[in-house]
Design a protein around this ligand. Sequence first.
Ligand code: AP5
Ligand code: MG
Length: 208
Amino acid sequence: MRLIFIGPPGAGKGTQATRLAQRFQIPHISTGDMFRAAVKAGTRLGQEADRFMKQGQLVPDEVTIGMLRERIAEPDAVRGFLLDGFPRTTPQAQALEQALNADGVRLDHVLLLEVPASLIEARIIGRRSDPVTGEIYHLEFNPPPAEIVERLLHRKDDTVEACRARQVAYQRDTTPIIPFYEGRGLIRRVDGVGASDAVTARISAALA
Ligand code: AP5
Ligand code: MG
């Protein structure tokens, strides 16, 4: 199974992708998580990505495409993968298509998680993640257990300003890939509003 998750910042891609990847036993490949790991490790890639990420701007295609191509060539991704946060531009979508064509494989579904702009800020500002388990929480919508609150992280780009810039980047750079995949009959629209379990059920229905 080869899946892509598209959706605005805070739509719930990470939350839902973790569940789906477990269900299908495929790697959950998040370019955002890969960049954050590189920033933490202090590598050259991390230093370059950090400049863009903290302002809510996209990392340049040359950097992102190379990183993703290497990742999907790894052995665990040969049988399938779930991409979360890639592609986000038309050149990225074209590069992915070329890479898959060269391997003689194709995408199964592109899930478009739809959440109105009015709900996004609250989701982003209240998000906290657990560095130990990778679990994503929300102070109000998915509260963490009291005993781990101290260790939770707040993402650098989860500020009001960066969140707005990310929404602009999504509208400008990422929404053009929706017609790209619609033309290939791959888009499955899923309403991302409501409880996470209800969204998971809608995703299952969309894939059935
Ligand atoms: P990335 O990490 O991909 O961030 P994003 O797309 O902005 O999405 P988020 O991770 O913020 O949200 P999400 O949809 O995963 O939501 P989540 O499940 O966490 O990218 C970050 C940056 O990296 C980019 O800005 C860019 O700089 C760079 N980058 C990454 N990929 C790139 C690429 N391909 N090209 C160029 N640059 C790239 O949920 C959010 C919150 O809501 C959580 O608190 C969660 O608990 C809560 N929540 C989830 N579901 C629900 C629900 N149903 N109801 C209520 N709350 C919910
Ligand atoms: Mg995410």
